[in-house]
Write a protein that binds this ligand. Structure first.
Ligand SMILES: Nc1ncnc2c1ncn2[C@@H]1O[C@H](COP(=O)(O)OP(=O)(O)OP(=O)(O)O)[C@@H](O)[C@H]1O
Ligand SMILES: [Mg+2]
Length: 335
């Protein structure tokens, strides 16, 4: 398949992916039977509580799993290429140039003894050795403009910059090689709300100007629903729903009970009285996951098949939902 055909299909295609951590007590399946497609120039959100497997998925997509983590089954294709079929050199050239990642708390992972300009320039030269240092520096300055950091500030060391500026630098590094896909793992969580919003607006603006796809990982539903066009919702290592962000605003559209719970837990500025209705209970222990639907112990709709039969993702009113309440004809059960 040529790159061009692949671009018309999906930038990222995850098929039946399962990832396990080997522990003394047995395997922890942190990602299970995952299927996900990110389309060209799309911002896709990935939402889920802490421990639901979001970062594990991101590392698996980058082929950066470490320690006891391993891919048990499935495939990851980026621009049509199977990232697990590449040899080391192929992978080295492919990664960062085609797919990059902003790591969770990356702004604290900048090298403290190098100026941020040097760090951007080094990243560029690592993959584009044909460029001169001057050309790479010029590109670093253009990137600074793009993330709205004054050119005079990029010769600073990381500690001389605010958290928001450091995070912008990390984003600049992630897009410096013009990748087709950038995975952002909670890129703004450590920042205050005002800075978060401004960085998000910038990500959207840059993404529209430069054209790339984003897989935006967060546990903050309100943040993601403003940024992403589609959102995948993860629970206990599985995708339980993939939906259009705008459908969340429409109370008439059906959603997974977990999605409903997360959405209801967001304080709505428009609500007359703010009723915070979160999700009762705690996420499951992945060493001993519940039978059937992993969400059933916390679900307000649980009925017979939920305890025994695992629901599969299926089309429901334009979304994909894994829930027994919805049968293929769209008839609702168990209310
Ligand atoms: N090194 C490890 N060894 C064993 N199990 C692990 C390890 N790292 C993660 N896990 C398991 O994998 C699950 C998913 O972890 P992961 O970090 O991917 O979650 P996350 O959704 O990114 O959470 P957060 O929102 O807190 O970043 C966890 O619930 C944990 O049980
Ligand atoms: Mg994480």
């Amino acid at each position: 398949m040529s790159n061009h055909e692949a671009i018309n299909e999906a930038i990222l295609e995850i098929k039946d992916l399962s990832v396990a951590y080997g522990t003394a007590k047995g395997d922890v399946l942190a990602v299970q039977d995952m299927n996900l497609r990110v389309l060209p120039n799309e911002i896709m959100g990935l939402i889920g509580e802490s421990g639901s497997g979001k970062s594990t998925l991101a590392y698996a997509v980058m082929r950066l799993l470490k320690g006891s983590a391993r891919v048990v089954k499935g495939s990851v294709r980026i621009l049509g290429k199977d990232i697990y079929a590449m040899d080391k050199e192929e992978l080295r050239q492919f990664r960062w140039a085609n797919i990059s990642m902003v790591f969770q708390s990356a702004m604290n992972a900048l090298n403290p003894v190098l100026t941020v300009e040097t760090q951007i320039v080094d990243t560029i030269l690592n993959h584009r050795p044909q460029l001169s240092r001057r050309e790479a520096r010029e590109k670093a300055h253009e990137l600074a403009d793009l993330v709205r950091i004054d050119r005079s500030r990029i010769t600073s060391y990381p500690h001389e910059l605010s958290g928001g500026m450091r995070q912008r630098i990390v984003i600049a590094i992630a897009i410096s090689l013009e990748p087709s896909l950038v995975i952002m793992d909670e890129p703004t969580t450590a920042l205050d709300v005002v800075v978060q919003r401004s960085i998000l607006d910038q990500i959207k603006e840059i993404q529209q100007r430069v054209q790339f796809s984003v897989l935006f990982i967060s546990h903050d539903f309100s943040l993601v629903s403003h940024l992403a066009s589609r959102i995948a919702i993860m629970y206990a290592g599985r995708v339980v729903e993939v939906t259009e962000a705008r459908s969340l605003m429409d109370a008439k559209v059906a959603h997974h009970p977990y999605t409903e719970g997360l959405w209801r837990a967001i304080p709505k500025l428009t609500a007359k009285s703010v009723a915070l209705e979160g999700i009762v209970g705690t996420p499951p222990d992945l060493l001993h996951p519940p039978s059937g639907c992993a969400f059933h112990p916390r679900c307000r709709y649980t009925f017979e098949p939920c305890r025994t039969v695992r629901p599969q993702l299926q089309d429901v009113e334009g979304s994909e939902i894994a829930c027994h309440r919805f049968v293929p004809e769209g008839i609702q059960h168990g209310q």
